[in-house]
Every structure is written in C-alpha cells, then in structure tokens.
Design a protein around this ligand. Structure first.
Ligand code: FAD
Length: 513
C-alpha cells in the first residue's frame, strides 16, 4: 500500500528536511500547509489520526470568541475575527455562516450584550459576516420557539461561522500534500535526535509495522496540543509543564429537541460558562464544560456531572425535557491552556497561543483555537525558519484556497463538505450500485464515502472513518457501533490486516452517555 511504502522509504531517504512537524491537529496541519506553500521541504508525523486529539472535539465554531470580548481581550478577538473571515473564504465547502440568538432576561443584559455584539461586528471590519441586531420578545420566540419565556424581555441576533472540524483537518492534510509536504498519520515521534546540543531530527515509530526510523531536519516544531509537554521533556526532561489541560464536554441530540436553524448562545450559566446549542449535520451540539484535569488521555472521558450539567442547562433555557437516554453521543476534548502560575481556575487561563523555543532549538507551539490555526501556523513557521536558518520566505496562506474549494456551494447537497471531491464520489456510486447503499439506515452516509476515505483520505482504521471522515461516532454513537462491521469489511477488502472491529467497539462505548 502507498502509505506503508512511503513510510518505509523514509529510512532510505538520506534527506535532511527543512522542517519536521510533530502533531497532526489544526496547528500542526496548518504549519505543514504554511511551510509547504512557502517552498520549504516539510514532513508531518501524527501519532494517531489527523484531528484525533482536540481538533475533532471542538464546538465547531469559527468565531472571534464573544466571551473574550467581555474579558476585554480586544486584540485576541480582532485577530480571531479576521481569521474567521479568511477561513470562510478559503474553505467555503467546510464552513458556513450561522446566526446565533442570545435571549435576554433583563434590560441591562440586553443593552450589555447588544453593545458587546455591535462592537464584535465593528472589530470584524471588512471581513464581517452579518450585522447584529436587537430582537423583541416575539422575534426571539419565533426564532427559538422553545426559549424559556419566564422573564424574557428580548434578545440579540449575531453571526459567526460554523464548520466540520475533523474534515477541515483532512482538507488541510490534503492541501499540504498537494503542495509537496510528506504528511503521515499513525506515525509517532518517540524521541528527538540531537547533534552538538541542537535538535536535529526525530525518531518515528510506525503504528502498523512497529518499525522505527530516524529522520533529520533543520528545524523541528512540536505542535502536539495538550501533549506538548511530553515532547518538550523528550528534549529537556526537567522542563516545567507549559499546559494546564481543561476538559470540555459536548452532548449531541436529535434536531427534534431543537427545531430551529438558529443557534442558541447563553453568555453566562450558573458557573459563568458560555453555553451553546448549535445545529450541526442534522443534529444539535450542546456544550460545553470547563473542568481542570490532571491526566492527559488520548481518549478523554466525560464525567457524569458534566453531562448532567449540560442537560440541566439545556432543559432550563429551552423548556425541553432532555434525559440522559436522549443523548446520541458525548464527546470530550482537552483544551491546551497555557499555564498561568498561581491561577486555580482554568476558565481564566490564556486562550491565546504561545510559542516557546528551547535552548536546543525545539519550537513548541500550543494554545490558541481552531479559528486562528492559520495565524498560529504562520508564527510557528517564522520561528522555525529563523531557528533552522532556512532563509525568509513570505507566508501565502491568507488567500490560499484549501483542498476541495468550489465557487458554488450547494448547502442542500449531502456531499457538500467534500467540495470538488463530491463529483468523483457520485461517480463511484454510479459505477458500483453497492457503493450507493447507505452505511446506516438512520443516516445519509453512503458506502462510497467509506471507500473514498480509505482510498483518498488516508483513513487507515475503522475509527478514522467513523469518527473523523464521516462524523457518525460524534453524531450517534449507537449507529456508529451498528455500522462498524460494514466499515471493517470495506477496510479489510481495501487495506487488509487484522480485524479492528473489537477495538472500535470498545472505543465507541466511551461516546455513549
Ligand atoms: C471543548 C472544546 C471546544 C472548542 N471549541 C472550539 C471552537 O468552537 N472553535 C475554535 O476555534 N476552537 C475551539 N476549541 C479549540 C481548538 O479545538 C483547539 O485549540 C485546537 O483544536 C488545538 O489544535 P492542536 O493541533 O494544537 O491540538 P490537537 O488537535 O490536540 O493536536 C495535537 C496532535 O498531536 C498528536 N501527538 C501527540 N503526541 C504526538 C507524538 N509524540 N507524535 C506525533 N503526534 C503526536 C496528537 O495525537 C494530536 O492529534 C475548542 C477546544 C475544546 C477543548
């Protein structure tokens, strides 16, 4: 198989890469795209799958971060709003404008949030995507029929972006590869190489063969999110921890619980969090929590009280009667918040990104958010170019169209997220009627998409397909469990190797409430 051959070739290549990127989430993939399009020779190694970490577990918002405005962080919000504008233009098939309603229960709140959101629009400048406005009580109830009526005095409508996080990651991986980057999933960095006290490369371990390879580079970038400290300690074992991880849980419900196209935003819940209910892929995503955690797990699990907290608030603000058994899926992500010493509350830690260059020249980047991945990547590559003495080359990603870009986006098309790839997928269905079959009776995914993931999107496992190429595990964990044997059969036919069914079923249990 192509991937396995390419990995084996790494050992033969005596090439010294310009940049090696560790980690294939939003940040690492953004760096690979940036570096490759500047003309640097770049290799990216992701231990699991692209976006396996935090980057598939976000609230799916391309946003400036209204709450950071309330904290007075104007610079962060302005930068994120600018990036929101670029992303919506560069990946129109994977992003869309979303209207949000903030119901208000006092005149003061209406004025406070209204003024804030008008400022939000101003900060977006020419990259704005819609004008906020005040709504009276009737308008709020028309748009959010289930909003809590008691004390409701009106609300505000504002606009942000919405996206499919894991599919954007796949889009970035493909964009990087199309510009010459060598991009690998299931290839872990297990150690760093040093020469004359400088980082000079990495040790790679292939998850399938178990073989290890040594690969050299002029600069190494550590973009491993919440795992950033593990790699920093491969370089300098006594380094203090940079990241204070905080867990955020979302629940996914059927749309019948949220019969509207508008999203709900509650600026302040009982513990001072923002709560979102956002329509997504025929379902509604509700979240999130902010729970400091000690242990950084590859598959973080929700706490029972986090699920109860979300259900309590959704019932409170939407007059619904959601029960735990109504939850179709629960997913948990870890925020790589940069540690502020002497602060106990992770809700207060910096959402901005941080770059640290070690004495040996390892460039580590963490923090930030999906929306700002492009700017983070630019900053990281500037640092890597300096450390690796690569010579300055301008960043060109501000207007770079990402893989699949199309001029006319048909939002009704079930294959909209594939952009330009939708046509070849439709061709597959015409050529082979078996591929036109649905993967699961309750969801519109087809077997053609499963085949496409294995053949063209570097999916290597049942989980890669059901969690991140198609989003079934995140939308409906039980349906994903039911669909798994069909995906495994396709995987066995196309890729071979031992069955992965049991491993997937075990993992999927963690997404059931
Ligand atoms: C609950 C929650 C909601 C969020 N919602 C939003 C939102 O709506 N909008 C928004 O803009 N942002 C949001 N964010 C923030 C955003 O998701 C993150 O900032 C972003 O995904 C971080 O990406 P990353 O690449 O830095 O980290 P990750 O996505 O975690 O990627 C790091 C990768 O490194 C890999 N790795 C680790 N160790 C190694 C190794 N040794 N070798 C190779 N690979 C390795 C991991 O497998 C992982 O894939 C949210 C975050 C959370 C937690």
């Amino acid at each position: 198989m192509e991937r396995h051959r390419l990995v084996r070739d790494l050992s033969q290549l005596k090439e010294v890469w310009d940049i090696i990127v560790i980690g294939g989430g939003a940040t690492g993939l953004g760096i690979a795209v940036d570096a490759a399009t500047r003309g640097y020779r770049v290799l990216l190694a992701e231990r699991d799958d692209f976006a396996k970490g935090t980057s598939s577990r976000s609230t799916k918002l391309v946003h400036g971060g209204v709450r950071y405005l309330a904290q007075g962080n104007v610079k962060l919000v302005r930068e994120a709003l600018r990036e929101r504008g670029h992303l919506l233009r560069n990946a129109p098939h994977l992003t869309r404008q979303q209207d949000f309603i903030v119901p208000t229960y006092s005149r003061w709140d209406k004025l406070f949030y209204g003024t804030g959101l008008l400022t939000y629009d101003l900060l977006a400048g020419r990259l704005g995507i819609g004008q906020s406005r005040f709504l009276d009580k009737q308008e709020v109830l028309q748009r959010l029929p289930l909003a809590d009526r008691k004390g409701l005095c009106g609300g505000i409508e504002y606009f942000d972006g919405q996206f499919d996080d894991a599919r954007l990651a796949i889009g970035l991986a493909r964009t990087a590869a199309e510009h010459g980057a060598a991009v690998f999933n299931h290839l872990a960095v297990t150690g760093l190489l040093h020469e004359a006290k400088k980082v000079s490369g990495v040790v790679l371990r292939d998850a399938f063969s178990g073989l290890t390879y040594e690969v050299r580079a002029k600069a190494v970038v550590n973009a491993t999110g919440v795992f950033v400290d593990d790699v920093i300690r491969m370089d300098a074992p006594d380094s203090p921890r940079l990241v204070a991880p905080s867990q955020g849980v979302h629940i996914v419900l059927e749309r019948s619980f949220f019969p509207t196209d508008s999203a709900l935003m509650i600026p302040k819940t009982d513990d001072g969090r923002v709560l979102f209910a956002v329509p997504w892929q025929g379902h509604v995503v509700v979240g999130t929590t902010d729970t400091p955690v000690e242990e950084v797990l590859r598959e973080p699990l929700p706490l029972r009280e986090e699920i109860s907290f979300i259900i309590f608030h959704v019932n409170k603000y939407l007059r619904t009667e959601v029960r735990e058994s109504d939850v179709r899926s629960v997913f948990t992500g870890l925020r790589p918040l940069v540690r502020a010493f002497n602060t106990g509350n992770t809700a207060l830690l910096s959402r901005d990104h941080t770059i640290v260059v070690s004495a040996s020249g390892l460039v580590s980047i963490t923090g930030g958010k999906w929306t700002t991945y492009r700017k983070m990547a630019k900053d990281a590559v500037d640092n890597a170019a300096f450390v690796g003495k690569l010579g300055k080359r301008p960043c060109i990603t501000e207007q770079l169209r990402l893989h699949g870009w199309v001029s006319n986006v048909d939002r009704q098309d079930l294959l909209v997220g594939y952009g330009a790839d939708a046509e070849p997928i439709r061709e597959l269905m015409k050529e082979d009627p078996l591929l036109a079959e649905q993967l699961h009776p309750g969801h519109p995914y087809t077997m053609a998409e499963v085949a496409w993931s294995f053949r063209h999107e570097m999916a290597m496992t049942v989980e890669d397909v059901l969690a991140r190429r198609l989003r079934l595990l995140f939308l409906d964990a039980r349906a994903a469990i039911e669909a798994a044997p069909k995906v495994e059969a396709m995987r066995a036919r196309l890729l071979g190797g031992p069955s992965q069914l049991a491993a997937f079923l075990d993992l999927a249990k963690g997404y059931l409430p």
